[in-house]
Design a protein around this ligand. Structure first.
Ligand SMILES: Nc1ncnc2c1ncn2[C@@H]1O[C@H](COP(=O)(O)OP(=O)(O)OP(=O)(O)O)[C@@H](O)[C@H]1O
Ligand SMILES: [Mg+2]
Length: 467
């Protein structure tokens, strides 16, 4: 099986990158130096050849005749004595008059005419058996009567090339050493530079579920890590809030379950303390049944919220006739409203439908209307209405009454939150109704909000609606 390669550490990666950049720069500079050096060497040697040619012309003119040259060839040959220059003086038919080496190319006729100074452009490359050479062919006159002679000057380049090659090898060595040095230095520098990151990691490691309140000091970390620190702190904020909410949720749940269970226990103990009549037992069981129902309702609601949290609830969306749905809710609450002395008004739209889960829609609206009726004083009024606005369907439940104080308004959608905890615990209120409404709206991709002032409270369900 193929093993997945571990990603390189950032430090190593940066160090290698530095080394690669340094190597590239060194190669560039090295190539430039190499080029310049070899060009300069060729130029110097070529200048040398030109000077020698000029000098030879002088020497030959001084000798003055072919006969003198034949008699004393050394005079001309000494011009290049002791230097790595090969020389041949030949007649214009190519027959040699004087030469210090036979390893020369055949004369390239006619050569630079005697009347003209030789120039760089007159020098040619020549491949001898041993390597590269630079060759210059010029003519020289001895006197006016005799024909000019032909001079061939040659400079081997193999010794120069050897120097340049050694230079190139030195350059390559320096390049490798330099790149290795840069990599090592880069590694050290990056490791030093990364120290703040390790500090941040250390700090993050210190934070455990029990010490969620500790935060990274964002001001002390380098700018590059600041955003990470801010995001990390924000994540901790959310985590801490979640953990707190969860433990609060559990505590509230335990507390709210304890009350009905205690009532059941006490009543049962009292009843068992002595023999009772059948009627007394029946009364006890009837009262117990109420508590059981309350417990069952609470457990059901809590389960519903837990499943909504985990998005385990499958929505069964279907087209709902708005008017019919709202009328049904109105009928359902008619009796309760009458008993509470509250007027229940419906403000129905002409038509229109929405895509929603019928049971959940009813449940959300029921929760709002039952809250409204419960919090409306006798003689007050509750209205249930719906209308379309800005691509949304708004379902509004309004009621008269004292309203909800601003400090409670932001919490009423929290689980187990009751604005008025002094309300007798035996009343069926558990503080879950609005959390359920909110969960239902979230499942539908909508939201719920509440506005309240002295005299009126209004809850609005926002259903997204297209078309
Ligand atoms: N129309 C309203 N007018 C005034 N206060 C309200 C209104 N609706 C809700 N509240 C306040 O918001 C709190 C939370 O409401 P929620 O429906 O979540 O819980 P509950 O009605 O107390 O209990 P449950 O609905 O679980 O039986 C209520 O206790 C009440 O104080
Ligand atoms: Mg309620």
């Amino acid at each position: 099986m193929l093993k997945r390669r571990e990603p390189l550490s950032i430090t190593l990666r940066l160090a290698l990158l530095f080394a690669a950049i340094a190597a590239a720069a060194f190669v560039g500079v090295g190539a430039y130096l190499y080029q310049t050096l070899s060009r300069q060497m060729v130029q110097r040697d070529d200048m040398d050849l030109l000077n020698k040619a000029v000098m030879l012309r002088h020497v030959l003119a001084e000798q003055g005749s072919l006969a003198a040259l034949r008699a004393q060839p050394d005079m001309a040959l000494n011009t290049v004595y002791g230097q790595d220059i090969r020389l041949r003086i030949a007649a214009m038919d190519g027959s040699p008059l004087a030469q210090n080496s036979s390893a020369l190319p055949p004369p390239e006729l006619p050569g630079v005419p005697a009347a003209r100074e030789p120039a760089m452009g007159d020098i040619r490359n020549w491949h001898s058996g041993t390597g590269m050479a630079r060759v210059l062919n010029v003519q020289a006159t001895l006197n006016r009567r005799e024909p000019p002679v032909h001079i061939t000057l040659l400079r081997e380049r193999s010794d120069r090339l050897a120097i340049i090659r050694r230079y190139a090898i030195d350059l390559l060595g320096a390049l490798l050493a330099g790149a290795a040095l840069v990599a090592a230095l880069g590694f050290l520098i990056v490791r030093t530079g990364m120290r703040p990151l390790y500090a941040v990691i250390g700090k993050a490691n210190d934070i455990s579920a029990h010490r969620l309140n500790s935060r990274l000091a964002v001001d002390e970390v380098p700018a590059e890590l600041r955003e990470l620190g801010v995001a990390f702190n924000a994540m901790l904020d959310r985590l801490e809030e979640g953990v707190q909410r969860l433990s609060g949720f559990a505590a509230d749940l335990a507390h709210d379950m304890r009350t009905p269970v205690n009532t059941l226990m006490v009543e049962t103990q009292v009843a068992l303390s002595r023999p009772r009549t059948v009627e007394e037992y029946q009364a006890l069981m009837a009262s117990n049944l109420e508590e059981y129902e309350r417990l069952a309702q609470m457990i059901e609601n809590t389960l519903f919220l837990a499943r909504a949290d985990n998005a385990q609830l499958g929505l069964q969306r279907e087209p709902l006739e708005l008017r019919a749905e709202l009328e049904r809710i109105g009928e359902y609450f008619e009796g309760l409203a009458d008993d509470s002395g509250v007027a229940l008004a419906l403000e129905l739209p002409e038509g229109g439908s929405l895509q929603a889960d019928a049971i959940l829609f009813q449940r959300a609206a029921n929760n709002l209307v039952s809250n409204a009726i419960r919090h409306t004083p006798r003689g007050g009024r509750v209205s249930l209405g719906a209308h379309f606005a800005d691509g949304e369907l708004l379902v509004k439940v309004r009621n008269t009454g004292e309203g909800i104080a601003p400090e409670h308004l932001s919490h009423i959608f929290d689980r187990y939150y009751r604005a008025d905890p002094a309300r007798p615990a035996s009343s069926s209120s558990a503080g879950l109704g609005l959390s359920i409404v909110r969960a239902i709206m979230a499942l539908h991709g909508g939201r719920v909000d509440a506005a309240s002032g002295p005299g009126e409270t209004c809850f609005t369900l926002h259903f997204p609606h297209n078309g």
